[in-house]
Design a protein around this ligand. Structure first.
Ligand SMILES: Cc1ncc(COP(=O)(O)O)c(C=O)c1O
Length: 432
């Protein structure tokens, strides 16, 4: 870890906290962050020369693993033809057509980050409805635009920041937040603000307080609530889009939102995201309509090429059953190991996405996620890192299996997990 430590010391002198995104700083698990120099398939090489099996997956984009040859070739070819033109390219049209067909969406606009996509979706919802307020769910993370840094998950949760400084009271006042999976609370909040509610925004499967799947009927209930109040329903699928099938989670679960935001996977690991949905709403965007949105690098040709290559591979190979099998092997295996040790433990999982929680029952909302033993998670994280497995360095994030992982990787993960949990449980007794 010497090289990583030295790099981190240098980084801290010139970058706030030594990182360009807070959760990378390892504050939730302690210790100094590991610097990465290479990724191939399911494996990372650190600046210290260690090889790690990667279950963080850059927080979600890498469903095909690192440096998939077809994605690399497509991006390299695009880069060789010019990095950016600030003008339209054929690839943008192809990617937009692919997203509209696969998601499905009536129209789509490409942007560069999930934050931008959600910011645009909210502005659209406000422009379309003429209303100001939005309803979100505690522990939901929708990027770092002002209106959404209220009771947010991901890095804010990791760092214990309930609401960011620098967000004006006026902005925060337009954001309502209620517990995830609590339809009754959503109904009450909507009833109190019915005529002012522009949008209900939700991660259809929450991924930023650890993985928390929706209760049966929750998403359909939100659809009905949006219809009753005249608010738009926005599914933030920056994590879930193309993660559980070659489409959106909305399509898989049979609930159609008015707008969908996508990111991560659709850029194949490069900065690309999208907002799309009903054409009558999307037509409000400039230059057709009065809602402004723009970006120098929006629809960047290199990112578009990587995204298109990724979507084509997912459509051609349909790896979702294999991901489901590996996910089940991993989560069931972990539960078995923990049961043998009599540790309160529950591994949340959907397809190839999972979060180990040190608590006795499935987590349904933020309060329950926060009640899990985060010290045990930190001990588990470090134990796994020592044994060559890289998990998200925070309890409040989802871990990802890619198509590059094998049964052998998962079996090795479970072996290491057994050793770590034995150690971690020892730690738990000491801490009591
Ligand atoms: C559900 C969700 N929405 C939006 C975002 C923001 O995306 P980005 O980090 O690309 O700005 C994230 C990031 O993790 C996310 O998980």
């Amino acid at each position: 870890m010497r090289a990583s430590k030295e790099l981190f010391e240098r980084a801290c002198r010139v970058i706030p906290g030594g990182v360009n995104s807070p959760v990378r700083a390892f504050r939730a698990v302690g210790g100094a962050p590991v610097f990465m120099i290479r990724g191939h398939g399911a494996r990372l090489t650190t600046a210290d020369g260690a090889e790690l099996v990667d279950f963080c997956g850059s927080w979600g984009p890498l469903i095909l693993g690192h440096a998939h040859p077809e994605v690399v070739e497509a991006a390299a070819r695009a880069l060789a033809d010019g990095a950016t033109f600030g003008a339209s390219t054929p690839g943008e049209v192809e990617l937009a057509e692919a997203l509209c067909r696969m998601a499905p969406l009536e129209m789509v606009r490409l942007v560069s980050s999930g934050t931008e996509a959600v910011m645009t979706a909210l502005r659209l919802a406000r422009g379309f409805t003429g209303r100001a307020k939005i309803l979100k769910f505690d522990g939901g993370y929708h990027g770092h635009s002002d209106a959404l840094l209220v009771s947010a998950g991901s890095g804010l949760l990791t760092h214990g920041i309930a609401d960011s400084a620098g967000v004006t009271p006026g902005t925060a006042a337009d954001t309502l937040s209620v517990p995830y999976n609590d339809l009754e609370a959503a109904r009450k909040a909507a009833a109190l603000n019915a005529r002012e509610l522009a949008a209900i925004i939700v991660e259809p499967v929450a991924g930023n307080m650890g993985l928390v799947p929706p209760d049966p009927g929750f998403l359909a209930g939100l659809r009905a609530l949006a219809d009753e109040t005249g608010a738009l329903l926005i599914f933030d699928e920056v994590i879930t889009g193309f993660r559980f099938g070659p489409t959106t989670y909305g399509r898989l679960c049979g609930v159609t939102p008015d707008l969908t935001t996508l990111g991560k996977i659709i850029g194949g690991g490069l900065p690309l995201a999208a907002v799309g949905g009903r054409a009558d709403i999307m037509r409000k965007l400039a230059p057709l309509g009065p809602v402004y949105q723009a970006g120098t690098l929006s629809g960047n040709p290199v990112a578009v090429a990587a995204g298109l290559a990724t979507l084509r591979i997912l459509e051609r190979t349909d790896p979702y059953l294999a991901l489901e099998r590996l996910g089940a092997m991993l989560a069931d295996g972990l539960a078995g190991v923990a049961a043998g040790l009599r540790t309160p433990f529950h591994c949340a999982r959907l397809g190839g996405v999972f979060t180990p929680f040190f608590c006795p029952a499935p987590v349904r909302n933020l309060a329950q996620a926060k009640a899990a033993d985060t010290r045990l998670y930190a001990a588990f994280f470090h134990g796994m890192l020592e044994r060559g497995f890289y998990l998200p360095p925070s309890q409040f994030e989802a871990a990802f299996i890619s198509t590059a992982h094998t049964e052998t990787d998962v079996a090795a993960f479970l072996d290491a997990a057994r050793q770590c949990l034995e150690q971690a449980c020892g730690l738990s007794t000491e801490l009591v």
